[in-house]
Ligand binder design. Structure first.
Ligand SMILES: [Zn+2]
Length: 382
């Protein structure tokens, strides 16, 4: 009969167990903490990722896709990590080590540890449905709470986007909009209501957001985005821009600024029954000018407020934009970089078109010809 002790000593003989100094000298090693969540919460090694022993087989390939990369596994005292090392070798990992003495010895020897931030009990309750998703979890939720998203417009697209971002716990939302809530907005702009008719949209949206989630800090810019104010607003520090602009001048301004400030833009646009979504991530995919180097002549462009739109369409497109924004902020999934998603509300069809960077792009190309902001003032004058 094999006892636990026999099994452990046999396993330890079959794997590589190394001390802290040797482990620290390993070049480019992935450090994997295989303890339980409550142990991780009480402190872990710097730079380690948490993959509880019970999820090791199913999650390790996402965490360490390269099976030749050195891996240092640790637990509290090097028992669970020894078994984990054996498992990884069986999965084809070629350079796996278990940390001798585990976290206990590491801490006892006075080596650096990280005490993770944790969510308060109230936040654990509010975001419990995120915490239940391994890809988000507590760390992802903390990332969302730390994140800063700038919304261009508090209209059709900005309404659902701001509400879902706020509900998701994105900690800081900037909103730029110069307009006042009027009755024609209420057919689709769900951040506003009869109660806020006649008030600035940024204030109306802020009120709705804070009623939904007081954790969110709403920074309002009651102004029209121009070449004069865009750098000042971006200087407040944002992780990404969610563009719900309904006009060409703003779209080009946001594009050029995002390339120069290296900020991803989640782009959405809507017209009647059709909507589009993509992510412009500077230098990793195309920018808006890669597709459309210059705006169309004003007489061919739909003017700024005349386009009809099905009321629910901005809800669909704005929600798709929010999905991209949350993924980018949480660092999960495949964003729509280099992919333009088209939606037709009448046929209920999605289509996806590949879009590529243009080396001749006047802003993000190899030899940029546009190097300062352009106000395309002739639009929206009618
Ligand atoms: Zn470009």
């Amino acid at each position: 009969m094999t006892t636990y002790r026999d099994l452990l000593s046999r396993t330890k003989a079959e794997i590589s167990e190394i001390d802290a100094r040797t482990a620290q000298a390993l070049d480019g090693a992935a450090w994997v903490d295989v303890r339980e969540a409550d142990e991780w919460q009480e402190g872990h090694l710097p730079g380690a990722v948490h993959v509880p022993r019970g999820n090791l087989e199913s999650r390790i390939e996402n965490v360490v896709p390269d099976k030749t990369q050195p891996v240092v596994l640790y637990c509290a005292s090097a028992a669970r990590s020894a078994f984990a090392a054996k498992t990884l070798e069986e999965l084809g990992y070629t350079d796996v080590h278990s940390l001798a003495g585990g976290f206990t010895d590491w801490k006892r020897n006075g080596l650096e540890i990280v005490l993770p931030r944790t969510l308060s009990p109230e936040k654990r309750t509010r975001y419990s449905r995120h915490l239940l998703i391994p890809e988000i979890g507590e760390e992802g939720q903390l990332r969302l709470l730390d994140s800063r998203v700038l919304l261009i417009g508090a209209g059709g697209l900005g309404s659902p986007a701001s509400l879902y971002l706020a509900a998701a716990g994105v900690g800081t939302l900037g909103i730029i909009d110069a307009d006042i809530v009027d009755e024609t907005n209420l057919q689709r702009q769900i951040a506003h209501s009869l109660d806020t008719l006649g008030t600035p949209k940024v204030e109306s949206a802020k009120r709705t957001i804070n009623a939904l989630n007081p954790d969110v800090d709403v920074v309002t810019y009651r102004e029209r985005l121009t070449s004069e104010n865009i750098d000042r607003i971006l200087a407040d520090g944002w992780d990404l821009i969610l563009d719900g602009a309904d006009n060409f001048p703003t779209r080009y301004l946001v594009n050029d600024a995002s390339v120069w400030h290296r900020l991803p833009v989640v782009h959405g646009s809507i017209y009647r029954f059709e909507g589009q979504v993509t992510v412009f991530k500077p230098f990793e995919g195309p920018c808006y000018r890669c597709l459309f180097p210059e705006p169309p002549p004003p007489e061919l462009a739909p003017s700024c407020s005349e386009g009809g739109v099905l009321g629910v369409l901005p809800g669909i497109i704005g929600s798709l934009q929010t999905n991209e924004a949350i993924k980018l902020v949480a660092g999960i999934g495949d964003p729509l970089v280099g992919r333009l998603l088209l939606f037709d509300a009448l046929s209920t069809e999605f289509n996806e078109v590949r879009i590529e960077r243009n080396p001749e792009c006047p802003v993000c190309g190899d030899h940029p010809t546009i190097t300062s902001y352009i106000d395309y003032v002739e639009f929206c004058q009618r």
